[in-house]
Design a protein around this ligand. Structure first.
Ligand code: BEZ
Length: 267
């Protein structure tokens, strides 16, 4: 089994145009955060910054961090009122520097932590920037996330003679694993839940489009001259798994997301 490096370079414009659902689905985690005026809040893996900007309208001082320069370029252009800092949340020193060494009241992350293989480093870094009693509020992929679409991509890999067992570098923990990790790093877990979330794709998009945007670790080694064949294969396998028929009866494709939500307080 080959583990592909997580070397994704984001197409920030395409991400917002077709995959705005990443921020559009942020409501549950924003409700759990319940940002208050004057609070200092770090949004880790902030992407194009829409969520950070929304939180800032509560009167909180928000700092968005992301390890992707292209995403931050869009964020800074569209939300000049918010501070954005290039930082890998797995790097404790970078996270502290992003927070200007001052303690935060809350740290938020939505749809980003599953891109960070070193979960312990992230949680330890967050513990180091939160004040005692400060909260960590997260939604990320949980166990079983994107299983059907990943199987479709692997099937299409096999069809063109690539290793179908290739491992992704995504991390989709179980609720128990994540709760234990939080406790190890000095948090009290207030809430942890695993939620199935059928996620519709934009009209006209199919499984192959999702794979191109998000599946880099599983598709990067597909040769250019096999690309069209591979895309067709992804959609054939995804159709066989029912991803072209939305469970809610609406037209269009969907992806089998499973969200892990948790809220934890720094002891
Ligand atoms: C997610 O938000 O769960 C996700 C997005 C892209 C790739 C893998 C997971």
């Amino acid at each position: 089994m080959r583990t592909a490096p997580n070397n994704k370079v984001w197409d920030a414009a395409g991400y917002d145009a077709s995959f705005g659902f990443v921020t559009a689905y942020g409501a549950p985690v924003l409700d759990l955060l319940a940002a208050q005026p004057g609070e200092k809040i770090l949004d880790i893996g902030c992407g194009t910054g829409h969520q950070a900007a929304w939180i800032a309208t509560s009167g909180a001082h928000v700092i968005g961090t992301d390890s992707d320069a292209a995403m931050l370029e869009v964020a800074r252009r569209e939300h000049p009122e918010v501070t954005f800092v290039l930082a890998d949340a797995q790097d404790r020193v970078a996270l502290r520097a992003a927070a200007s060494d001052a303690v935060c009241d809350a740290v938020l992350s939505n749809a980003a932590m599953h891109w960070m293989p070193r979960q312990d480093d992230v949680i330890a870094g967050v513990a180091a920037v939160l004040r005692p009693g400060g909260r960590l509020v997260v939604e990320m992929g949980g166990v079983g996330n994107v299983e059907a679409i990943s199987a479709a991509i692997r099937g299409a890999r096999g069809d063109i003679g690539l290793d179908a067992d290739v491992a992704s570098s995504w991390t989709f923990p179980t609720p128990g694993e994540q709760a234990a990790r939080l406790e190890r790093h000095g948090f009290t877990v207030r809430l942890v839940q695993l939620v199935d979330r059928m996620t519709p794709l934009a009209p006209g998009d199919s499984g192959a489009d999702w794979a191109r945007m998000f599946g880099a670790v599983l598709v990067d080694d597909v040769p250019d001259d096999r690309r069209a064949e591979f895309d067709t294969g992804v959609d054939v396998h995804a159709r066989a798994a029912g991803l072209d028929v939305r469970p809610d009866g609406e037209p269009g494709w969907w992806i089998d997301y499973v969200r892990l939500r948790f809220v934890a307080a720094r002891i």
